[in-house]
Design a protein around this ligand. Structure first.
Ligand SMILES: Nc1ncnc2c1ncn2[C@@H]1O[C@H](COP(=O)(O)OP(=O)(O)OP(=O)(O)O)[C@@H](O)[C@H]1O
Length: 595
């Protein structure tokens, strides 16, 4: 009993959350509501007309007959106008409401923390945005007022039928309570089934997305069969869930047929007998039959509309779950930047992703403005985590991070981020022109600045060689550009942003010598006059840095200049022997050649 009440309450509660999206368009909602009521009233008016028409035809009363024909014309004219307004108004407010929902949900997605994005598949989010909102749009367009229409028409039909013949009515509605019980019982599980279907739909979207974005890896590792197997099992689950929904809907459809036929059977048996007995007119019987059509039609379509309500409530529940997720903090300060303040400070910073294992432990360092600090350490030592904290993607659990002498937690996130350029190894390119990719879609840059940035990033000559130059479209994820070219586009982006702090995850040497040289040069340009924190992979970068910090299992184990650290013969020296000794030898060769 409690569960039942809870389920009903939650679907009602969920659907009530859709209402604010309709509120700005209440004029059209009211138009729709009026049209719905007038359409129902017009249908009842038709019954009145039929009654006069049949009786006057049988009695030969010409005056009544012509009156009924005039009424019929009025019925048609009202019907045409009302139907137009009815469809137009619902189409209008539902399209606007769907637009606003998409707007609100995409803004919510933009403000979700990276931790949410890292634990949820993008396919799931896309599915909620597209299928979810379309289902709600269809419901508010058709079924919401459809329920009102049927309720009004059925109720008025019952009242008119009562006045025409209460005895006939009693016969007809004897079956209705039975039907009501049947439909509510049968429709109840639909909410849960549709919710499950929605989840498997999201999984299948995620699987397709994985197959598309990971296509190179899938092909090179011969994973087509594995991926196909995974996708197939998701499809099977989706099929099973959707069959459950359809089965339930079919049962409800059969119930509708039963409910639509039985009252007619009773009606013609009993009504025909009353006309023969002289207790009822023929016109009254035909009018009653029309009312009965409304009644059973309403009883037949209401279950479908109610089942759509349950489905929509399930889908909307998923959507609002996303809406209730905690977003990144908003608001905060935009402090003045003092030229003497250190650009960055970590004071005993500790951080854990799962609340158990600390991946950074009491990390402290200071990075003065204009200086370069290199972070080195083995894989998993916490270098990227330092970047994520500075960028405000995650928050530290202990200690304090200061940006220009103000705690990062006090800064408005967007203001803090505007002071930081992040150049990572993973370069994301939007679908659009190269120019748009360098400006990140912003319009306030002129082409001169874009070209200057591209020149500094060593990508201008390549862009010029393309037939459409800066207007060349780069496909999804920039597949038309090589890895090195993509990196240089991202460097041009950072040059154009011109933020005072540069967080640089130096590319590992997976590129050919020429490409590497171009990138090195571009990096050199971008580092000029900036405060740089670099996850360094090249010995030359480390040697040039003002300070090197060595991370090991989340802890700073050594710090100093390259030379000082080598002399210590500790962790850095071991890393050096493992990773950089070859680079050191080739540097020496180059220096020798130069001499
Ligand atoms: N989003 C995350 N959720 C949970 N654990 C994470 C997450 N990101 C990183 N970690 C863990 O935190 C630790 C530090 O990872 P981090 O990426 O900072 O290391 P790194 O030094 O940058 O490594 P690499 O040089 O390989 O990129 C690792 O043990 C890693 O598994």
């Amino acid at each position: 009993m409690n569960n039942k009440a809870e389920g009903q309450h939650s679907s009602l509660y969920t659907m009530r959350r859709v209402l604010p999206f309709l509120r700005p368009y209440r004029f059209w909602v009211i138009v729709k509501l009026l049209c719905t009521i007038l359409n129902a009233a017009n249908d009842i008016f038709l019954v009145y007309v039929i009654n006069i028409l049949v009786n006057s035809s049988l009695s030969g009363d010409k005056e009544e007959l012509s009156k009924s024909i005039q009424y019929m014309i009025i019925f048609i004219v009202i019907g045409i106008i009302m139907n137009f307004l009815d469809t137009y108004s619902s189409g209008r407010y539902s399209a606007y409401a769907a637009r606003d929902m998409k707007d609100k949900f995409s803004s919510q997605i933009d403000h979700l923390p990276i931790s949410y994005m890292e634990t949820h598949h993008s396919g799931d989010l896309v599915s909620r945005m597209t299928n979810g909102i379309t289902t709600i749009e269809n419901f508010v367009k058709d079924d919401l007022m459809g329920i009102v229409f049927e309720i009004v028409r059925v109720s008025v039909s019952i009242i008119v039928m009562f006045f025409l013949s209460w005895k006939l009515l009693l016969f007809c509605i004897a079956i209705l309570p039975l039907m009501a019980i049947l439909t509510t019982r049968i429709s109840r599980p639909l909410n849960e089934y549709s919710s499950r279907l929605q989840m498997s739909l999201a999984k299948s979207n995620s699987a397709v997305q994985d197959a598309i974005s990971g296509i190179y890896m899938i092909k090179s590792y011969n994973l087509i069969q594995v991926m196909y197997g995974k996708f197939k099992s998701v499809l099977e689950q989706m099929l099973a869930d959707s069959l459950l929904v359809e089965k339930r809907k079919s049962v409800m459809g059969s119930v509708s047929v039963f409910v639509e036929t039985v009252p007619f059977l009773l009606f013609f048996l009993f009504g025909g007998y009353m006309v023969i007995q002289g207790d009822f007119t023929a016109g009254g019987l035909v009018a009653f039959a029309q009312l009965l059509t409304y009644l059973v039609g309403g009883m037949g379509s209401l279950p479908n509309k109610i089942s759509n309500y349950s489905i929509t409530a399930g889908v909307a529940g998923h959507l609002f779950e996303l809406m209730d997720e905690k977003t990144e903090r908003r608001g905060g300060k935009t402090p003045e930047i003092s030229p003497s303040a250190p650009a960055l400070e970590f004071i005993n910073v500790s951080c854990s992703y799962d609340g158990l294992n600390r991946v950074l432990k009491d990390v402290s360092f200071t990075l003065p403005q204009g200086k370069t600090l290199a972070l080195v350490g083995s894989s998993g030592s916490g270098k990227s985590t330092v970047f994520k904290l500075i960028s405000g993607f995650y928050e530290s659990q202990n200690g304090c991070i200061k940006l220009f002498d103000e705690a990062l937690s006090e800064w408005e996130l967007s203001a803090a981020r505007s002071l930081i350029s992040l150049v990572s190894q993973e370069t994301f390119l939007f679908s659009g022109s190269i120019a748009e990719n360098i400006t990140c879609g912003k319009t306030e840059f002129n082409m001169k600045d874009v070209v200057r940035a591209a020149k500094m990033a060593n990508i201008h000559d390549y862009i010029q060689s393309l037939p459409e130059g800066y207007q060349t479209l780069v496909g999804e994820r920039g597949v038309k550009l090589s890895g090195g070219q993509r990196q240089r586009v991202s460097i041009a982006r950072a040059i154009l942003k011109d933020a005072p702090i540069l967080l640089l995850d130096e590319p590992t040497s997976a590129l050919d010598t020429e490409s590497e040289m171009l990138i090195q040069e571009a990096i050199h340009h971008i580092m000029l006059d900036k405060t740089v924190l670099v996850v360094a992979h090249r010995l030359s970068t480390i040697i040039e840095a003002d300070e090197v910090i060595v991370l090991d299992e989340g802890r700073i184990v050594e710090s100093g200049t390259h030379k000082e650290l080598l002399d210590k013969a500790g962790t850095y020296k071991r890393l050096y022997d493992k990773q950089w000794i070859k680079q050191a030898e080739s540097l020496m060769v180059l220096e020798g050649e130069g001499a």
